[in-house]
Write a protein that binds this ligand. Structure first.
Ligand code: SAH
Ligand code: SF4
Ligand code: F3S
Length: 440
């Protein structure tokens, strides 16, 4: 039997797409190999969001080249955003690659493998959602649901619109059916995926058009699904109806990821984010008013072209004021073909690094402070498996998306109650409560 090996880089959308690749390959009769050197088919699902994403991948590609040299019958395939962004030159620069495909072309891998494969093939026009393909889930009780593909925003730093194309929403009826199938298969927690989930539905035909908040309500009704999450929303589309849904839908978790990028309105304008600092803070105020205990997390970029000390200070202010439960922080990285890469006033690297240090200090301090609100409370935890740092303990996640390490007897996929005894910026510690019902 032929074996495949897939390495995944990048965001949750790529994790989702890789699960679909694996599902498709399994249905073609392939089995998964744990080691790359044992595989007949070596695949990479790539990311190009920042330069270090590219660099990380290139050494893996070097190993694939060596393995292909040892056994020319091996097939090397690259999919995902990097592949899409180098589509015109991939076979010239990397002649050992047999097949390259963009994010909308995963199903074509099957066609390539079933053909005579006389020459290298590239597939790059968006054709279909990977969500239609069979999946091979990493976790039995957690599932992705791809609700849309692509992004219509024009953030000046971002490569995604050029790699994932224009936004297309999937039919809501089809999504409910898929959620029902996931539930029947043992999934308890669903994460809705899209580049900009809360603009979902605007491109649908009139007769099937629903808003993102309506879709949340439809998924909430699916029997067997206990938790619903989504990523990523855009602050410009984070309207009252979505925030209300967090207050009213029992399955929708108390966590909103609200990517700030910068706390300075002039920088936001140059980033083409289409909101100001004030509008962003209004969204935060609305969340705090309607869902007081909601966790808020964010993405922040430091050192965007033209960012002055005053601009950066504004970002620090927002971090202090909001008190994020967590934040992904990135040093700005110029990307090929983006507007910001051509801007003249690029920030010197040492300045970016120094600002990053100050930002991380503020983010972690505020997250640690925020975390203390869980100490002493009994929290509902979905168990994921043994703790990474101490296998005698169990790891899981609360609805607010914080990881918990705890003592207890629970099995993966179970929902248990844990009494929280300590909290750091990233994780909570506690003990499983054996004799009580769920409820914080
Ligand atoms: N569609 C999502 C996720 C985009 S990528 C969203 O808009 O929220 C995830 C994060 O990577 C972005 O939010 C941004 O903070 C960061 N990012 C994107 N392009 C970048 C670049 N060129 N340099 C540094 N960080 C970048
Ligand atoms: Fe990129 Fe902006 Fe689209 Fe997010 S919303 S994927 S940052 S262009
Ligand atoms: Fe990377 Fe593409 Fe996701 S660039 S972050 S894999 S959308």
């Amino acid at each position: 039997m032929k074996k495949f090996h897939v390495t995944t880089f990048g965001c949750q959308m790529n994790e989702h797409d890789s699960e679909r690749m694996k599902g498709m390959l399994t249905s073609l009769g392939y089995t998964e190999s744990q080691q790359r050197e044992d595989a007949d088919l070596i695949l990479f699902n790539t990311c190009s969001i920042r330069e270090n994403a590219d660099n990380r991948f290139i050494s893996h590609l070097g190993e694939a080249k060596r393995l292909k040299g040892e056994d020319p019958e091996r097939i090397v395939g690259v999919g995902g955003c990097w592949a899409q962004s180098v589509k015109d030159e991939v076979f010239r620069r990397f002649p050992f690659v047999d097949v390259a495909f963009g994010p909308g072309q995963i199903h074509r891998l099957a066609e390539f493998l079933n053909s005579d494969q006389l020459s290298a093939q590239g597939y790059f026009e968006f054709e279909d959602f990977a969500g239609h393909l069979p999946a091979h889930r990493a976790r039995q009780f957690q599932g992705w649901l791809q609700i849309s593909q692509g992004c219509n925003c024009v953030c000046s730093y971002c490569i995604v619109p050029s790699t994932r194309g224009r936004e297309q929403s999937r039919d809501p009826g089809e999504l409910v059916l898929e959620a029902e199938r996931l539930a029947a298969d043992g999934v308890r927690e669903i994460t809705l995926l899209g580049q900009n989930v809360n603009s979902y539905g605007r491109d649908l035909p009139k007769e099937s058009r629903v808003r993102f908040s309506d879709l949340l309500g439809m998924i909430d009704q699916v029997d067997g699904i206990d938790r619903v999450r989504y990523t990523s929303p855009h602050p410009k589309d984070m309207r009252e109806d979505v925030i209300e849904a967090h207050a009213s839908l029992p399955t929708l978790c108390e966590h909103i990821h609200l990517p700030l990028q910068s706390g300075s309105s002039p920088i936001l304008k140059r980033m083409r984010r289409t909101y100001t600092r004030e509008r962003y803070m209004d969204r935060v105020a609305m969340i705090r008013e309607k869902v007081p205990d909601c966790a808020i997390t964010t993405d922040i970029i430091v050192g965007f072209p033209g960012e002055t000390e005053t601009d950066f200070d504004q970002t620090l202010h927002v971090v202090e004021e909001v008190g994020y439960d967590g934040a992904f922080t990135f040093v700005y990285s110029p990307r090929r073909g983006t507007l910001a890469a051509e801007m003249e006033d690029q920030v010197p690297h040492p300045v970016k690094v120094e600002r990053m240090e100050r930002l991380v200090e503020a983010v972690q301090r505020r997250a640690r402070e925020r975390s203390q609100r869980f100490v002493g409370r009994n929290m509902e935890v979905l168990v994921e498996g043994p703790s990474r740092s101490d296998p005698t303990r169990i790891r899981g996640r609360i609805r607010h998306n914080k990881a918990v390490n705890f003592e207890g007897t629970a099995e993966p996929g179970q929902m248990v109650e844990v009494e929280i005894s300590a909290a750091t910026s990233q994780t909570l510690t506690g003990t499983e409560r054996l004799l009580s019902g769920i409820g914080a």
